[in-house]
Design a protein around this ligand. Structure first.
Ligand code: FES
Length: 368
């Protein structure tokens, strides 16, 4: 049997972003505007994605709305029968633009919020006034009938506002609330000691979320998973390496996940040189951790190996030095105890100065 197509493609249109969030997982070396794929190339990539059998495209970044061709790309994907989702800060989405995107076939929008307390939210975003703009955009999205997900990355600074965050999601008309944990790559890794929640905060959050999930059945879906650092079993990162998802970076590199380029020795290919389908099926780097063959113990003989697929390769590399190792989020990993200790040490760290994400060349004005 051949290799099944991915379910979804993350189309990172640009690394440019008006915000400077210190928990951003974009690489420290951000793609320059001059290296971004042009419109015709993205249109070709969308056609290749449809031919490959991809069902969903998530337009992301950076901030995808910094590109003037976002509407054209959304329309093209919709006409190809691909489900379209926009992952956005909403800073550059004025009233007319949201309406236009919905008219052109955008089906879903995910807006990130840094907090529900405006000053704290703006402080985390590194952008005064951002929160108010986001709230207005979220309301417009709900008004024009877009399915709206509110995304909040929880950190030591905002996790104690979880009850207010849930109420706020209902108030702005979100159908889904994604309570995301920081993924400690890129800029986020630089800020780990200032962002890591304590175990007590996580335990309290889980009680609040579980009660809200029961209370809000039918009105708000809540997505939350225990953060890796306090988990006993790993998550199937990306649904398993090269099983369900692919990322196309702003410059056209095709990756199995957003942090794959941190793994030394892997070479990734570009849509400028090879069709998407060939890369998905034949690229050495995609095949390296696909399936079960690459696994070492304890994953190799574990009865969960086709459920968690060994967890996250990039986290295994970052915390054990070898991407083949079991993700240390797993309690059967010999590195698990070290990971827990690290989390507890970081969470109790007095470090509080944030290193803000560097690239901020986009206009902060909403375009109408
Ligand atoms: Fe790369 Fe998890 S982020 S495999």
């Amino acid at each position: 049997m051949g290799i099944p197509p991915p379910l979804a493609m993350l189309a990172e249109l640009s690394h440019r972003c008006p915000l400077k969030c210190p928990y951003c997982y974009n690489p420290l070396e951000l793609s320059a505007r001059s290296d971004e794929l042009d419109t015709d190339t993205w249109l070709r990539v969308l056609h290749e994605a449809a031919d490959l059998g991809i069902l969903q495209v998530h337009f992301s970044g950076g901030e995808p709305a910094v590109r003037d061709d976002l509407e054209v790309l959304v329309e093209a994907a919709d006409q190809l029968g691909i489900y379209t989702n926009l992952i956005t800060s909403a800073l550059l989405l004025g009233r007319n633009r949201i309406h236009d995107l919905a008219e052109r076939g955008l089906q879903h929008i995910q807006i990130s919020f840094q907090d529900v307390r405006p000053d704290e939210a703006d402080d985390m975003a590194g952008y005064p006034g951002a929160h108010v703009i986001k709230v207005a955009a979220a309301r417009r999205a709900a008004e024009v009938g877009l399915a709206l997900t509110m995304n909040v990355v929880v950190t030591r600074r905002n996790i104690d506002s979880l009850e207010q965050i849930i109420e706020f999601a209902l108030e702005i008309g979100a159908r889904r609330l994604e309570i995301a944990n920081v993924q400690y790559y890129g800029w986020a890794l630089k800020n780990r000691a200032a962002l890591m929640p304590t175990r007590a905060q996580i335990e309290k959050a889980m009680i609040i979320i579980s009660s809200a999930e029961t209370r809000l059945v039918g009105s708000l879906a809540i997505d939350y998973v225990t953060p890796d650092y306090y988990a006993r079993r790993p998550k199937p990162c990306m649904g398993g390496w090269a099983r369900k998802f692919m990322n196309v970076s702003p410059s056209g590199m095709v990756l199995p996940c957003h942090a794959a380029e941190t793994i030394p020795g892997l070479e990734f290919e570009s849509v400028l040189k090879r069709p998407l389908k060939d890369i998905w099926q034949q690229s050495k780097s995609f095949n390296l951790f696909r399936g079960l063959e690459w696994m070492v113990e304890p994953c190799r003989s574990c009865d969960q190996r086709e459920i968690d697929w060994g967890g996250c390769r990039c986290q295994a590399l970052a915390l054990t030095g070898d991407a083949k190792n079991a993700d240390p989020a797993c309690e059967f990993s010999p590195y698990h105890g070290g990971m827990v200790k690290l989390a507890e040490a970081e969470a109790s760290s007095p470090a509080f100065d944030l290193v803000y994400r560097g690239y901020s060349q986009a206009s902060g004005e909403a375009r109408n």
